[in-house]
Design a protein around this ligand. Sequence first.
Ligand SMILES: NC(=O)c1ccc[n+]([C@@H]2O[C@H](COP(=O)([O-])OP(=O)(O)OC[C@H]3O[C@@H](n4cnc5c(N)ncnc54)[C@H](OP(=O)(O)O)[C@@H]3O)[C@@H](O)[C@H]2O)c1
Length: 297
Amino acid sequence: MIGILGAGSLGRLWAASLPAGKVAFIARPGESPGADLVYRFRPFDGPESTIRIPFLRASDEPELLLVTTKAGDTVDAIAGIIDRIPQSAPIMLFQNGLGSQQAVAAQWPDRPILAASTTEGANRPEPDLLVHAGSGDTWVGAMTESARPSVGRAVAFLQGTGLAIHPEPDILQRLWQKLIINAGINPYTAILDCPNGKILAASFYQDTIDSLCRELSVLMAAAGQGKETPDSLRQRIERVARSTAGNTSSMRADVLLGRRTEIDFINGYLTRLGKDLGIKTPVNQMLTERVQQLSSR
Ligand SMILES: NC(=O)c1ccc[n+]([C@@H]2O[C@H](COP(=O)([O-])OP(=O)(O)OC[C@H]3O[C@@H](n4cnc5c(N)ncnc54)[C@H](OP(=O)(O)O)[C@@H]3O)[C@@H](O)[C@H]2O)c1
């Protein structure tokens, strides 16, 4: 049995992709949903179907936990249900950005904590409709040395879902690569209220992107994540902005829906890291504050 904590877009995608009968959502503490969770699933290709997923029963012992809450909810969400998860069960974190994964690994150092980086895309245009909008890859790796032996077992559980999943020896590096792209696209789309590709021509972007990439380059090197020039980071950010030109980033979508964004785990994480390492990060800080202001309105 695989338990999923967080019945949102990504949690529902994994639930729909795993074999029926092998997966259950985990309710919040104190909530005891009587009925299964039922929703329509529109796959990347193929016909729509109806998915029915039960909630974990008191007698169920998950062999693997997938955590698909937003980064800001993750530590509290796990704390609420950790007593239901056997000590040996790998806990796989799907959050974007960085900071929440380290917080979970620090809070439960004796648990096999894994992190996943995924390029799958899922959204819920209606509450009971899950759309698999983009088909991609998922890499899974250990957040701590002691979790390394659990990676193969956890990946094996998820193979056969139809979603491409791979073990990753250096998951932190992969999370950093995604962080760089998110840091260079997401806040601009939220502040400018535009799809990804439209940021490139905006003067706010053009006036700040080189300084941002200088900060990113220094932070990466100081964090032991390799040397990349600001120019090559800018090129990478712009390649992704062009190839996803029509997409609305999750950060812009969160602002539009009045939901808390994950800025604290993207540019906010980089700002905190800069403070810890004595590196100035005025552009990351400005982007963080601008997005925080938008979502507090
Ligand atoms: N969606 C994607 O395509 C995608 C792709 C890559 C990475 N990610 C990352 O995956 C994470 C989840 O994204 P998402 O799009 O699936 O977000 P989402 O749709 O907002 O789903 C998060 C779910 O977690 C639930 N939740 C919050 N606190 C909980 C708790 N204490 N116990 C149980 N459930 C709780 C939320 O319930 P309420 O709504 O009731 O609060 C919501 O259903 C994010 O970090 C995101 O960046 C998503």
